[in-house]
Design a protein around this ligand. Structure first.
Ligand SMILES: [Zn+2]
Length: 314
């Protein structure tokens, strides 16, 4: 009798022991999974951070292309530091055609909990590429229809003709075009601020007749005075986004005289203006050609005329 009772108690205790062991194992397994989740979450967050930094850096660097590949690499490298990456964690290279920049960002992560499973480090690698393409649609253009030539850096071009100029345009036309309506105040606004809407290759735009010396001078004066850089921007040194940089539609005029004239857009170019017109009240505007990356649209149908849009490549 006594032996029988002992065996029952023993079985009971064994049962409790087994349960305790099971509970212990379950706790260890749960803690292990939670710990791994912390490692995996940390890796995931770091990969997103590297990827965002790489994207931002190549987008910043590509704006220096095609003119200055080494500056493109420097700007991209600076951007990675601003995005909390360390020197040596990124490498950038510019393509042979100077139209794209690729960056690789990598970081070796120490793992904390996955060591139990034999993993103590994990290398993360991401890459990003940004490319420039000829602009086929532009925001913020000024209302001058300029002849479509293959300009070179530093070329000085008449953007808007003056009264005494022997101009290659039909009678009554001086290069102004109607963007968002006619009239001197709309015209002047479009010079000062750039036209709000989108102008695309293939658009046919009515010309604005008359010389409009006053609104032209006031609008260009706003652009010149809007430069707050020191020293002020000129062709020998200028800053991205400066008000002195004008985006103009390139194209050709119909032969129709006066207000029957039409301007057909074939591309876009960027010119720097450093002086308002003061040539005896003639109202002529000159600009110096530059290559430039600006906000706009790339539909793949634009000639390369030196204004580009920047985009990330998958
Ligand atoms: Zn400036």
């Amino acid at each position: 009798m006594e032996g029988h009772l002992k065996s029952i108690v023993k079985a009971y205790l064994d049962q409790k022991g087994a349960a305790a062991v099971l509970v212990c194992l379950a706790i260890v397994a749960l803690m292990g999974m939670a710990a791994l989740a912390i490692d995996v979450g940390m890796l995931f967050a770091t990969r997103i951070k590297l990827s965002n930094a790489a994207d931002a850096s190549v987008l910043a660097g590509v704006r220096e292309l095609p003119a200055d590949p080494s500056k493109a690499v420097n700007v991209a490298s600076q951007y990675t530091l601003l995005n909390d990456l360390q020197t040596g964690e990124t490498v950038f290279q510019v393509s042979a055609d100077k139209r794209s920049i690729t960056g690789q960002a990598s970081r070796t992560m120490d793992l904390f909990f996955a060591r139990v499973l034999g993993f103590d480090k994990k290398q993360l690698n991401v890459s990003a590429t940004a490319r420039i393409s000829p602009m086929s649609g532009a925001y913020g253009v000024v209302p001058f229809g300029v002849a479509d030539n293959n300009y070179s850096f530093g070329d000085v071009q008449v953007l808007k003709y003056g009264a005494s100029f022997d101009k290659p345009l039909p009678p009554g036309q001086y290069a102004p075009i109607e963007l968002g309506g006619n009239g001197a105040s709309t015209y002047k606004y479009n010079i000062s601020h750039g036209y709000n809407g989108l102008i695309k290759v293939g658009d046919v735009i009515p010309v604005e007749t008359g010389n409009m010396v006053g609104p032209t001078r006031q609008g260009i004066q706003d652009r010149v005075n809007g430069c707050r850089h020191s020293p002020p921007c000129t062709i020998s040194g200028y800053h991205e986004g400066c008000s002195r940089i004008l985006i103009v539609p390139l194209g050709y005029n119909s032969p129709d005289p006066g207000s029957n004239g039409k301007f057909t857009v074939t591309g876009f170019a960027a010119f720097l203006v450093a002086d308002a017109p003061n040539n005896g009240g003639q109202g002529e505007v000159n600009g110096t050609f530059i290559k430039y990356v600006a906000p706009g649209v790339n539909s793949g149908n634009a000639n390369d005329r030196g204004v580009y849009v920047a985009e990330l490549v998958e």
